[in-house]
Ligand binder design. Structure first.
Ligand code: SF4
Length: 291
């Protein structure tokens, strides 16, 4: 390996969990150098861009793997529900149909596996999470599944996003469902946020990224909340793609700058012990950390 060494990529005195340089493009480090000397950015996912919108310092910690995140109840429940949806859609893709009982059995299986791994209970007890999961699966099955025509399920992509004489930026992700004319994402949250559609219209990153990745303008969120199902339909086009590239390019230049800490974005719900794995050594370590 003969790449440049970057002492401060992870910030002063911080231990990186990946080597800070690499010339091998096959290896997935967030930032490295190509043989021609250009930066190669492999960290771009819709979630990393969304995190940067909230707090750049959290973003820096995430892309360099500086802090490990606790396994939480709500996200684990969401993952189990996603797995059931994936099973049901793959079954349909292969010409079959899962019954309601099949799906509930599938949920039991995934939930039983996931339960012992949960480290933090914030939103549920084990019992209430189970009951909520059953209700969410039933809602998804009754109100979302009937009309779906899967073309690809849990579709991975890894695509070029931007390239100039100084950098190459790729972006990657996994789309819950691709239909011929629509991409979908399932959400299994504790509240219905489909009433905030205007916000998603203006600045939602996920719908733009997935639309750009597939070339399909129409994107929908199905939101399985405690009172039923909300849905948000968004249409994305070239103007959104251009903005997404600009946002990512600005972040890429920041990442290349090799400075230590990034600006601290504490002005929202995400800056809390519950949501930020960096809390205890950042805002939580100061008197400003009182919620
Ligand atoms: S504790 Fe707050 S300011 Fe610090 S990294 Fe987390 S979200 Fe950002």
């Amino acid at each position: 390996m003969n790449g440049t060494q970057y002492k401060s990529l992870g910030g002063e005195n911080e231990k990186l969990t990946v080597p800070p340089y690499c010339n091998n493009r096959l290896m997935k480090y967030p930032l490295h150098k190509a043989a021609d000397g250009r930066w190669v950015h492999d960290w771009v996912r819709q979630s990393s861009v969304k995190t940067a919108d909230m707090c750049l310092e959290r973003f820096r910690n995430d892309i360099w793997g500086l802090v490990s995140e606790e396994i939480k109840d709500a996200s684990t429940l969401g993952t189990a529900c996603h797995s059931v949806a994936e099973d049901a859609l793959n079954t349909r893709l292969n010409g079959g149909e899962m019954t309601e009982q099949d799906m509930l059995d599938s949920f039991e299986y995934y939930w039983d596996e996931a339960l012992p791994t949960i480290q933090k209970w914030y939103s549920y007890s084990p019992e209430s999470a189970y009951v909520s999961g059953i209700a969410k699966i039933k809602s998804w099955r009754e109100q979302v599944l009937p009309d779906l025509k899967p073309v690809a399920v849990e579709k991975n992509f890894n695509l070029p996003l931007y390239e100039d004489d100084q950098r190459i930026i790729t972006f990657s992700g996994t789309i819950d469902l691709v239909e011929e004319d629509r991409c979908w994402d399932w959400k299994f949250p504790g509240r219905d946020y489909s009433r905030n559609k205007w916000e998603y219209e203006r600045w939602d990153v996920q719908s733009i990224a997935y639309s750009l990745a597939t070339g399909i303008p129409d994107f929908s969120y199905a939101i399985m909340h405690p009172k039923g199902v909300g849905r948000m339909d968004l249409t994305r086009g070239e103007e959104h793609y251009q903005w997404f590239r600009q946002k990512v390019l600005a972040l890429a230049k920041l990442v290349e700058s090799q400075i230590g800490n990034y600006p601290l974005g504490d002005n929202g719900w995400w800056c809390s012990e519950k949501w930020c794995p960096n809390w205890s050594r950042c805002k939580g370590a100061t008197t400003g950390g009182i919620n």
